[in-house]
Ligand binder design. Structure first.
Ligand SMILES: [Zn+2]
Length: 1095
């Protein structure tokens, strides 16, 4: 900070303007010191620069952080600046509320030990949710909830609601409970939980509603206002079952509950629709729009019963269902965002602006900050102090996908060449030249936006400043005007100061008995003949520079010499796997085009050579080692494509034995199931990273193979693990080949090191991804492709200034597919605020859940899964309680109020806790759990969003002639129809669900059979038939497959068939099959936790 002096320099002030769109981001910093963080004055200063802004879009607002006082304004919503561009949606209203003395309030938020929920029946008040304005919109899509519900739910039986008969819970209630979700674990949940769940449903159904709402009303009164209550209709709903007695039992406290709501209203189902949104509501609580207002009433009823007290509740007669639309809906949030941003241009010129959701189609225009495709953050407004951060417990993190694919209509990154001396960087902190560097002193010096150091401008780089203090060549230099660009790296940035060789791909095929017998080896060899023609190329290059090599193996390794001069390929066998070496250099890694004839010859021969094998044992670590040695010998980086079938049990380094033990599930030792076997794999990973050897593993297991250990190398080298259980060519062949094609052709960088620099006051402290860390700052990746993301957590080490904001620069040094060394730089500027309301307003739930998922999946390596779930729940409650306490307008404690930006966080969080690694069920295969854990660690925000909230598309009403894809519906059994057909996908699994009453013409058109009964069990084939419907469905499916990073195997399930169980796991709003609460129950649980924290 000592450099602040520079700020004073006259040039400076002008300079800021220079920054153009970024004023806020850059120039400001120097000056601030003078003004102090909060003073109003600083802004004034910035404001001037605003005038300079290059693009009209960026207004002064963008530059200077809005005065505190104004922050709460609805208008200022995200970053004041872009208001014009994106008028604040009505929803934003919630924020408008003046933050209640944020600073002080927070003071005592210390989280009470929420865990003891046990007794808290009292909290049952859940019932009271204020009027949910938000919900209102949500409701729209589902006008007739009633119609959507499945008959089962309506059934009187308690269970019917949640557990349709056919679905009977696999485990004993007790078991599932405890495992289920944290809440369950707790006593309250404990026994009752099951009941609760079941109850949950019921409550919805009938009376409980009433009760809750009842509760609500009281509350409501305050917050909601009378909306719910007010309107007779509302009342009616709630009224419905005032007494609901049984259910509510649990919660006596609910004073509200007890109150009978006079509600004349017709309990009728229809009633629900009117919920909160009602006209009345809004007026009353304009600000709360975002919050969960009263609409909840419906839910609540269910809740009480669900939890502790529940048992009694069960008894209740079938009640009407609560209106599921009254609780925040992800579908609605996605839809609202599409309406707001869909198809529009998103300019990145404003510091701290919250981007459109990952589910929205938009066009990003880089105007000084990295596109959200490259970087997303949990919040775009950091709290100024560590204390504030601690108070709210909102994680501060960025999810960086440095090689993200850009749509065709967005400009690819420019490549900048600063010549022999290499990219210009700050002398002190080594940050690269970027829009946050402030040129001063007539252009002769520049001040670093990260560390404030003042640097000399190299002579060759000198340029005059214009009257606004901006370099005259501002627009000609991507590194001055853009958020993302690349530098040509000089020899200094290369291993041994030598330019890198182009990368190589080695295909390593397990030719043991299983793979030969299944036909897999032949399939791979045949595919490679065409796939190798499509090796990735450097942009602009005529052909691919990638070298290729081939190895087959079982207990021994076979290397192939495929030198172009040979008439026939030659095989060299290495049977001593203890000291792996590559028996040939010349002729092993070759140019495909040159050696095409020999290679094709080899690929033709391989399946036949091993056709009679009876060798079933394999080695694995030596195979990886061989790849590393080959790259070492060729002095190149690259990727191994390993096609492997079974646990490596042959005598060799890395030999594994079965250590799967379901008895560990639910114990403190459960973590060992996720931990790799200690041994050679750790060293192997390091060797791979050092050589730039990425490992992609294609597994074809028929039983446990210790994936946790086998995935260790891919997980640390930027690799991927694909798994095809009980592989059969007919049903899995295409699925596997789609993965292989995508994997081989995707854009990728090798031998990478990433460094995340930040401006003073905070820094990157933790990293999640398929990376290797040798020290605390360098993120090493043998390779990084377009689908891999690294999640970076930040912590304060000082106070952040509101004027300067917070800057992040991610620099990735890597080797291109063509063998060039480059530096890819992504810059992002965030706002800083001493108002927590700003932070909450700027949160991105999809990014938050990505962070939570990765941190939880890492945490299970060191602590019991149950603890991890509890931590997730507690943190969720804490974040929401902090908002409630400090940012929301006063209202009854019993009312659940959620920040608009986080209103669907509970759904995601609950879904996360039901994922296989966290759910802790002995019914889930250990390898599946380990695989999901491993895969998620590299996911970007899009992937985690989809994984945790699958798309459920109704297909029965589509217009085969139209281009449109049906709008998704909520992931709940209630949305299914007996006569319906739905497609569900989450990026990894895909199902076509057929209702038992599917009309004959539908089955005829899709399967060419007269009825569902004629479908074969476990069919995976959707024939391509010559009719519009069949074509339409196929086109929807292929579009999805095209869009997702991974292929998905289509599974066709009929309602009430056994395989339907698998499908139901993906209905994440419902109670989990292997444990875990329904969304409604979870929300009530969280609400109770929040209330505890507030009292
Ligand atoms: Zn610096």
């Amino acid at each position: 900070m000592s450099q602040q002096g520079y700020a004073a320099a006259p040039p400076y002030s002008q300079a800021q303007p220079g920054m153009g769109g970024y004023q806020g981001g850059f120039g400001a910093s120097p000056t601030q010191p003078f003004y102090g963080h909060y003073g109003g004055p600083p802004q004034a200063v910035h404001a001037q620069p605003a005038g300079l802004v290059k693009s009209p879009g960026s207004s002064a607002a963008g530059m200077a952080p809005p005065p505190l006082s104004s922050q709460c304004n609805a208008n200022v919503q995200q970053n004041g600046a872009h208001t014009q561009r994106y008028p604040p949606p009505g929803v934003s209203a919630p924020y408008s509320q003046p933050p209640i003395s944020n600073h002080n309030n927070m003071a005592s938020p210390s989280p009470p030990e929420a865990q003891q929920l046990t007794n808290q029946m009292s909290s049952m008040n859940l019932g009271n949710y204020g009027p949910m304005k938000v919900s209102a919109p949500a409701a729209t899509p589902f006008h007739s909830p009633a119609s959507v519900m499945s008959p089962q739910q309506v059934t009187p039986g308690m269970q019917s609601t949640l557990l349709p008969p056919q679905m009977s819970p696999p485990q004993s209630p007790a078991a599932s409970m405890s495992m289920g979700d944290p809440p369950m674990g707790r006593q309250p949940m404990g026994g009752p939980p099951m009941g609760g769940q079941a109850m949950g449903g019921q409550p919805m159904g009938g009376p409980p509603m009433a009760g809750q709402q009842m509760g609500g009303p009281p509350m409501g009164g305050q917050a909601m206002g009378g909306q719910p209550m007010g309107g007779p209709p509302m009342a009616g709903q709630q009224m419905g079952g005032p007494p609901v007695g049984g259910q509510q039992l649990g919660s006596p406290p609910i004073a509200g509950m007890s109150r009978p709501f006079p509600g004349p209203l017709p309990p009728g189902p229809g009633g629900f629709q009117q919920l909160g949104p009602g006209p009345t509501g809004p007026p009353a609580y304009p600000q709360q729009a975002g919050q969960f207002g009263g609409a909840m009433s419906g839910l609540q009823p269910g809740m009480p019963g669900a939890f502790p007290g529940a048992p009694g509740g069960l008894a209740g007669p079938p009640q009407k269902k609560l209106d599921p639309d009254s609780i925040p809906s992800i579908i609605q949030v996605i839809e609202d965002d599409k309406v707001r941003f869909g198809g529009q241009l998103f300019n990145t010129n404003t510091r701290g602006q919250v981007p459109p959701l990952v589910t929205t189609d938009f066009t990003a225009q880089d105007q000084g900050n990295a596109s959200p495709r490259f970087m997303r953050c949990t919040t775009y407004s950091l709290p100024c102090t560590a204390d504030l951060a601690k108070q709210c417990q909102v994680p501060l993190a960025s999810i960086i996908k440095p090689f993200a694919n850009l749509p065709k209509n967005e400009t690819p990154l420019y490549v900048v060449n600063h010549g022999e001396s290499g990219p210009i960087r700050c002398n002190r902190c080594k940050a690269y030249m970027c829009p946050y560097m402030q040129f001063i002193d007539g252009g002769r010096r520049y001040q670093c936006g990260f560390c404030n150091c003042v640097n000399e401008v190299p002579v060759f780089y000198f340029q005059h400043l214009d009257h606004m203090g901006r370099r005259v060549d501002f627009y000609e230099r991507p590194e001055l005007s853009l958020g993302s660009y690349e530098f040509v790296a000089t020899l200094e940035y290369c291993k041994n100061n030598k330019p890198p060789n182009s990368p190589a791909f080695i295909f390593m095929i397990d030719v043991s008995y299983n793979n030969i017998k299944s036909g897999l080896v032949r399939l791979i060899c045949d595919e490679l003949k065409t796939l190798l023609e499509k090796l990735p190329r450097q942009e602009g290059a005529e052909s691919s520079a990638v070298k290729v090599g081939f190895v087959t193996y079982n207990k021994v390794l076979h290397f192939y010499n495929v030198k172009s001069a040979l008439a026939q390929p030659q095989m060299l066998v290495v049977s001593d796997t203890a000291e792996m070496f590559v028996p040939l250099l010349d002729g092993f890694l070759v140019d495909y085009q040159e050696s095409k004839a020999v290679i094709c010859n080899l690929l033709d021969q391989i399946p036949d050579m091993f056709a009679d094998t009876n060798e079933s044992e394999t080695v694995f670590a030596p195979v990886v080692q061989a790849g590393v040695e080959a790259f070492k010998a060729a002095e190149c980086s690259g990727k191994l494509f390993i096609f492997h079938s079974s646990m490596p049990t042959a005598e060799a380094p890395g030999k594994l034995k079965n250590r799967d033990d379901k008895k560990l599930v639910g114990t403190d030792k459960e973590k060992t199931l996720f931990l790799p076997h200690k041994g050679v794999y750790e060293q192997l990973s390091k060797d791979c990273v050092a050589q730039g050897c990425c490992v992609d593993l294609f597994l074809f297991p028929s039983q446990y193979l210790d994936l946790a250990t086998m995935a260790h190398v891919p997980s640390h080298t930027g690799g991927s693990v694909f798994k095809y259980n009980n592989f059969q060519i007919q049903t899995d062949g295409d699925h596997f080949l789609r993965d292989l094609r995508k994997d081989l052709q995707k854009s990728i960088g090798f031998d990478a090191i990433m460094r995340v620099r930040t401006s003073t006051g905070f820094r990157a402290t933790d990293f999640f991804g398929a990376v290797h860390m040798n020290n605390t700052t360098d993120i090493e990746m043998a390779a990084v492709d377009c689908d891999k993301a690294v999640t970076v957590e930040f912590k304060h080490d000082d106070t952040l200034g509101e004027d300067t904001g917070a800057l992040i620069q991610c620099a990735l040094l890597y080797t291109t597919i063509g063998g060039q060394r480059r530096l890819r730089v992504h810059n992002l500027s965030l706002n800083c605020s001493s108002q927590l309301s700003e932070l909450y307003k700027s949160c991105e739930t999809d990014a938050l859940i990505n962070f939570f998922a990765k941190s939880a999946y890492r945490a299970i390596l060191t602590q019991p899964v149950k603890n991890v779930r509890e931590i997730l729940v507690n943190q969720t409650a804490h974040m929401l309680a902090c908002y409630r306490k400090n940012c929301a307008s006063p209202s009854a404690v019993s009312q659940l109020i959620l920040p608009d930006s986080m209103k669907v966080l509970p759904v995601y969080m609950n879904s996360l806790m039901k994922t296989s690694p966290l759910v802790g069920s002995t019914e889930l295969p250990t390898d599946e759990r380990a695989h999901q854990r491993q895969s998620l660690m590299t996911m970007g925000v899009e992937e985690t969003q989809l994984l945790l909230y699958p798309r459920l598309l109704p297909l029965h009403n589509i217009d085969p002639g139209s281009e449109a894809v049906p709008a998704p519906v909520r992931c709940s059994e209630e949305r299914l129809l007996d006569s319906g057909m739905f497609l569900l996908e989450n990026g990894h699994s895909m199902f076509l669900w057929l209702g038992q009453a599917s009309p004959p013409d539908l089955t005829q058109n899709l399967f060419n059979v007269p009825s569902l009964a004629h479908l074969q069990d476990n069919t995976c084939v959707l024939p391509e038939l010559d009719n519009l419907l069949s074509k339409k469905i196929h086109s929807i499916i292929s579009e999805l497959l095209e869009k997702r990073p991974n292929s998905m195997k289509l599974q066709i399930v009929r309602q009430r068939d056994k395989p339907e169980m698998v499908f139901r796991q993906f209905l994440v709003e419902d109670k989990g099959l292997h444990g875990g609460a329904s969304y409604v129950d979870f929300l009530c649980y969280v609400h109770r936790e929040i209330r505890q924290l507030l009292t």
